[in-house]
Design a protein around this ligand. Structure first.
Ligand code: MLC
Ligand code: AMP
Length: 497
């Protein structure tokens, strides 16, 4: 049996799969490296039987080698956020009961103590590339393939487990809908611990036999230069990145900005998603580049579900219609399906794209399904045949720069600070980030808190993008007769600076 369903990953295919720091890597070379890595992981075993293998790697040849090598050896891939704080990594690794962690040598000092404490083997890709390729196991499509951590309304992120069949369904629906081909070329600068980067960009491109230009991180200047040079046919990003690209273009000489705009115009597709694309942003991108953004809606648990059409009207402020193979229902408060247009309901999803389970959390898994439908927690309405996302059912979820953040997780960390008596973490509307993380804090009497000191205190406990950007606090809030702080008027506090 062919050990991978990715049709272009095969011996002898010389077409370019990846470009890493200017070096082109062919599909055949990549395939051979993945086989060697899978063989090294297997050692004397025949099948890793869903052992969890985590990796702490930026977008790179090594990342792709590990992701696919783990799959071919029969284990579960656990891609980690390379911007995570140590306390977060501790949670991911212990929750998933990871046995081995692959990271580049330069990051071993950072991870060593944590791995020793958790009994995890810390490894490098180069140390696992076997000389001889071992027989690889046949992997049934219904086996677990990947675990990605996502925030919910609860305190700690949960591991979302998808099977090989789920991943194949999430990829193939997009290949057809967005007309991927082996002639495509796409830059990859999105983080690779979320489905946007993993599925929509990396996996769709590799399944289609296209070329992926790997960026260690988002870099507006390099993206602009490559786009102007005609390096790409497809571009996918979160709204914040389109805002940052526009800001970059605004800072250039008009002729240079036009040259870059023309580079984008020449592409066949620009996609926006992971957060709402504001209508003014849609219009500004069109004015600058001539590109009509294709907005789509998705989620870690389901991949992509609803999309504007590739051919046909792409409507600003709307996410379009269900993708082929994905069933979408809007449920009213009584749980019944809404059939009329104009009536809002919660998006429920069914299909081969829907994840298997939250790792080790049958209660959360069960609660997130009703009659076989996955409850997304997003509200939507259909207007003139197109879905429009209205927001979340829970205010405890913040979407910032395309990242889903739990207000409760951030509150939980900050409440450990000895100077904090009470706290409310909220999303604050923001032109660049969609929402910024805001915290309204009541300091304990007699303590002298500063926002700077608090932010510093969060380092190591929270990723940088979860650290509140808009901390406001006062020690002069009135207390009632019971000694409780009476509710501050949040509005003036948030507008204060
Ligand atoms: C970073 N900063 C923020 C911030 N993130 N400030 C406010 N809010 C945030 N969310 C600050 C940093 O602290 C730093 O401040 C400065 O901005 C630059 O940080 P950076 O990390 O270097 O920023 P940048 O590289 O520009 O990253 C921005 C970004 C990144 C947009 C490229 O956030 C990103 O890649 N987002 C995509 C996330 C994603 O892929 N989500 C998909 C989830 S899957 P200072 O003071 O130090 O300068 C999903 C399903 C679906 O949602 O539908 O796709
Ligand atoms: P995540 O759980 O990180 O995968 O984020 C998924 C969430 O992002 C969804 O549940 C939505 O709330 C939000 N989202 C994704 N795409 C869009 C979009 N096009 N418009 C509005 N919200 C979106």
């Amino acid at each position: 049996m062919h050990p991978t369903p990715f049709p272009h990953l095969r011996e002898g295919n010389s077409r370019i799969a990846l470009v890493e720091q200017g070096r082109a890597i062919g599909y055949g070379e990549l395939n051979g490296r993945i086989d060697r890595f899978a063989s090294g992981l297997l050692g004397t075993r025949q099948d890793l039987e869903e052992e969890r293998i985590a990796f702490f790697l930026p977008a790179s040849l090594d990342y792709v080698t590990v992701m696919h090598g783990v799959w071919r050896a029969g284990a579960i891939s656990v891609p980690l956020n390379v911007a995570s704080a140590l306390a977060e990594l501790d949670h991911y690794l212990s929750c998933a009961r990871v046995t081995r962690l692959v990271a580049s040598a330069e990051n071993h000092p950072l991870l060593r103590d944590l791995c020793d404490r958790l009994g995890i083997e810390l490894l490098e890709v180069s140390g696992l590339l076997a000389d001889e390729i071992a027989p690889l196991p046949a992997i049934a499509p219904e086996r677990r393939a990947m675990m990605v951590f996502t925030s919910g309304t609860t305190n700690k992120p949960k591991g979302v487990v998808t099977t090989h069949a789920n991943i194949a369904a999430q990829i193939t629906t997009l290949l057809d809908a967005w007309a991927w081909s082996e002639d495509d070329a796409i830059p990859l600068f999105l983080p690779l611990h979320h489905v946007h980067g993993i599925i929509n960009v990396l996996s769709c491109a590799l399944w289609a036999g296209a070329k992926v230009d790997l960026f260690p991180k988002f870099d507006a200047g390099r993206i602009a230069a490559e786009a102007a040079a005609g390096a790409y046919s497809v571009f996918m990003a979160v709204p914040t990145i389109y805002v940052k690209m526009l800001q970059y273009l605004d800072g250039l000489e008009p002729a240079e900005a036009r040259r870059i705009g023309d580079g984008f115009e020449a592409m066949r597709l620009n996609v926006s998603g992971s957060a709402a694309c504001p209508v003014p942003l849609f219009e500004q991108w069109k004015a600058r580049t001539g590109q009509v953004l294709l907005e789509r809606y998705g989620m870690t648990e389901i991949g992509m579900a609803i999309s504007n059409p590739y051919h046909g009207e792409r409507r600003a402020g709307y996410v379009g219609q269900p993708l082929p193979g994905v069933q979408v229902m809007l449920a009213g408060e009584d749980g019944a399906a809404i059939t009329e247009e104009g009536v809002p309901g919660e998006i429920h999803i069914k299909g081969a794209n829907v994840f298997l389970e939250y790792w080790d959390n049958p209660k959360a898994t069960q609660e997130s399904f009703v009659d076989g439908w996955f409850r997304t927690g997003d509200m939507a309405v259909v207007e003139n045949g197109y879905y429009r996302i209205m927001g979340r059912t829970s205010i405890d979820i913040i979407k910032s720069g395309g990242y889903k953040l739990s207000a409760l997780e951030i509150e939980g960390v900050l409440l450990d600070h000895p100077g904090i008596a009470e706290i409310a973490v909220i999303g604050v509307a923001d032109d660049v980030w969609g929402e910024a993380v805001g915290a309204v804090i009541v300091a304990r009497e007699g303590t002298d808190l500063t926002p700077e000191a608090l932010k510093e205190w969060c380092e190591g406990k929270l990723s940088a993008y979860k650290i509140p950007k808009r901390i406001r606090f006062t020690q002069a809030l009135p207390r009632n007769a019971m000694g409780k702080v009476t509710k501050p008027d949040l509005k003036p506090l948030l507008l204060a600076g």
